[in-house]
Design a protein around this ligand. Sequence first.
Ligand SMILES: *[C@@H]1O[C@H](CO)[C@@H](O)[C@H](O)[C@H]1NC(C)=O
Ligand SMILES: *[C@@H]1O[C@H](CO)[C@@H](O)[C@H](O)[C@H]1NC(C)=O
Ligand SMILES: *[C@@H]1O[C@H](CO)[C@@H](O)[C@H](O)[C@H]1NC(C)=O
Length: 976
Amino acid sequence: MLGLPYGMMDGKSDFYAHSARRFETSGHRRARHALRRWRVLIWTALCAGILFLINGVPLSSNFTLSTDLTAERVLYEGLQQCYETVNHPKGETAPSADRHNPRWNAVSGQKTPIAIQNATLFDGETTLPYSVDIVFDAGVVRSVTPTNSNNSLPEDAEIINVHGKHVTPGLVDLHSHHALLPFPSLSATSDANERPLLGPITPFVRATDGFTPSDPAIKLIASGGVTSSLVLPGSANIVGGQAYPVKNLPYPGAAAEPVIDELLLEDGIQESQRQRYLKMACGENPRRVYGHTRMGLAWLLRKELNKAKELLEKQEAWCAAASKLQGEGSEFRFRLRQRDQVSAFVEREGPRPDSFDLETFLALLRGEINLNVHCYTPEDLETMLSVLHEFGVHPRAFHHALEAWQVPELLKRLEPNVTIATFADSALYKAEAYDASLQAPKILHEHGVRVALKSDHTGESDYAKYLLDQASVAHSYGLLTDAALQSVTSIPAESMQQGHRIGYMRLGYDADLVIWDSHPLQVGATAVEVFIDGRPLLRKDLKEISKQLEPTYREPQGSLDIRQQAPATRPLMKAEERGEVCKRIQEGAAKGTVVFTGIKEALLDVPGLDPNNEHSELVLVLEANKVPCLGSKLTCLSQSNLQSSNNDTEIPLQNGYITPGLIAFGNNLGIQDIPSEPSTGDGTSKSGIEAVHFAKYGVHLHGKGKAFGRARIGGATKAVTPPHGSGVLQGVSVGIRTGPGETLLDGGVWRDEVALHFSIGQGAKVGSGIETIRRVLEQGNKGEGDDVFIRAANESLPVVVQAYNPDDIAQLILIKRDFPRVNLVIYGGHGAALLAKPLADADIPVILTGNRGAPDTWEKKDTLPGPPLSDSPAKILLDAGVLLGLAAKDDSKIHGLAREARWAGKFAGLDDTEAIRLVSTNFDEILGLSSKAEGDGEGYKGDFVLWEGNPLSGEGSVVISVKEDGSISDCWPEVD
Ligand SMILES: *[C@@H]1O[C@H](CO)[C@@H](O)[C@H](O)[C@H]1NC(C)=O
Ligand SMILES: *[C@@H]1O[C@H](CO)[C@@H](O)[C@H](O)[C@H]1NC(C)=O
Ligand SMILES: *[C@@H]1O[C@H](CO)[C@@H](O)[C@H](O)[C@H]1NC(C)=O
């Protein structure tokens, strides 16, 4: 096709100059003249051709003009391509007040201007020290001005007073797979990886060709404040294909139909002017999928890039030669003189060499493609950079990169502008994710490496809706406030080369913004309203917002968050200081008394404490071999010889908190260190009715793996671990301690057998799991079968059933009705909220992993979306009176149990003392462990944890963990 972009050639000599150097060593002018001439020439030729056609004169092959014309056409088209490839046009790159949002349309686009008044604004870089009014119209921000500066807001504007609440730009996710892996996951629509038929190098495939624009995740993700995402192909291939940025506005077009193109951030921009993106991957994934070693993978990539490089060189040589074909002088003389040479040239050189397959790589080599590479380990990062640099290619971002924190200086030296797009805490799931650090974002940032936090969004485990929570976690582990918020706004936007439209809330930017109910880094910060291209996502009547945000307004449940300040980061202590303090504590406790002062709150039942006297200072006294005293100074002093002793060691805290020891339920602790590496675990048992397996025989407690470290810094002193089972009947779980010195021979097992575990639904995939459970209980009832079945049937051993689907859960309610003595517990429980009342009536507790669950599978498709789109499952269950525990399914998130409790508590109207029970003492009740003193008025007995800072808000670090008997099991645990 002859698309003749004449306009592009005029007045763009700088573009041209830059490009001309690539294939033309002589001056720009000459090359430009050459193209002008050929342009005229081809028009002449075309006109001649058309005349022939019109006059009905057949073109004869002997006719010289036709031969010449063909040659000239070949030459001209080639030159045109030479020109186009080196003059890759750029769209707009600078924001301006009168900008047009290319996605806007007159039917569904924003029609009335909106003014947001009195906002505390994080503008993409920092939080402004004054409050502002933001006006946006037709999907573009038209002004951002200090509140009350006699702003003349547009007369027709809808005004939303947010009363000082936090506003941020819409969040930007640099790595998502929604639309490629739509909810709920079905094999028919999972299109993230083109494999294996086209081989491991597929730069030519385009993510958009696999999009499902009706993916319900789009709205869910947007409700988390994530307004833009880069949707990439998966990482099975070394080169996975082309990626596309989208805006998460469902059905945005004029006709509100599911149209792929209308999802794209760059919809409305000429295709030739859009930014292009490519996804690559290294390490375990392509290795696993194609069976190559990492050596082979590097070679394959080099080989293919080299093919492209050779072609590029041929193209450039052709272009250089073709553009030299002209001489100086008039066009007419030129034509006469050169016609023969043109024919000769075309005969000799052929048309400009090209390859449809290699087109993407050619553009990559020309620097036109924004390259995003999935690599984890230092050695893989180094190898990938070495391969790419061999071909002059520079990646914009490394993704996942969980071990990049080990080599910030190497990265800076080799690729100074690269962005590390990583997870705040998701890790440990495979070998290359095992040496991750919770402090990675902080460390990278402190070395001057740009950090973006991103979701991945393959399902619930990396759900893009909760992208902001990662910024909050990273902040908790030391990433400063501005950097944490930048990591989900401007940094990914810049890395995507869309920093002129998204990632900032400034004049001329796309009107993508979020009003938050609390400071965005507070645990559980939730969108009050989300605007995308100026269009509200959550409600039609915007007046409700002002009303809801009035300082005097209280929601019916009183849940509107009042925490408008940034939380503090967790206190960190250097390793030497930690050693020093812990030595003092341990020695002090051994020979005398240790007194911890400055304890602000005890989030558990303390005997003799006057809960009304908020100002009474609490102390914790540890004495050798004695039950510790926690209470007012007076109480504890009378119990110990504190005053008379000169040996007491005082450890003053600034902001001490005490919680019960938390419980990690259902994780791999002690049974499997790295899920993808069988050799790091006990093996998968095939428990069945014939043979029940016990985790107590398979558990490993020497050299505890990294997940234990995360449990300890999260204050989880105990874990309940089931055996690894693949069937319905999984086996009997063991209760283990997480402390560093607690092994099989040293109190590492606190309960041999905690519960009998089953898994039903898609997790087990073996006929009807319900049948198996009933058979087991029937046998047990009759006193037959395994001893375990008898205990399960008579309630001395709880029966924990992993179930998600509401119908599976309904079946369990029927089982409970038939076997009322069974202590039946539901684990997982995504669909439980739909059956809250019957569950409460049946007295079935739930250990919920899905309070922030996703409808990512068919059996979970009815999972509630959660705030701001619905109530939270935890709230519904608690309101109905269900006994509730919370569990983190992912081992790498165990450190966040207290945060999870705050999150659930926020939307269920619980205070911190009530909330922390969800991850601690409620398990005693649920599993019949009861370490609570029975009616003797002594309050809490059991493990407890002393923190500096509040763990529920992510501001606390464990100072010590203390066992029920008063001995210290851990001191200042710090991972990584
Ligand atoms: C903005 O809102 C805050 C919180 O309600 C209030 O204290 C302040 O006076 C408001 N500022 C203006 C200029 O209205
Ligand atoms: C890094 O970014 C800066 C600023 O955009 C730019 O001037 C510089 O050339 C870039 N360096 C590399 C190696 O890309
Ligand atoms: C104080 O410490 C010393 C030496 O460690 C010990 O001999 C003495 O018994 C301790 N006194 C008390 C009151 O614990």
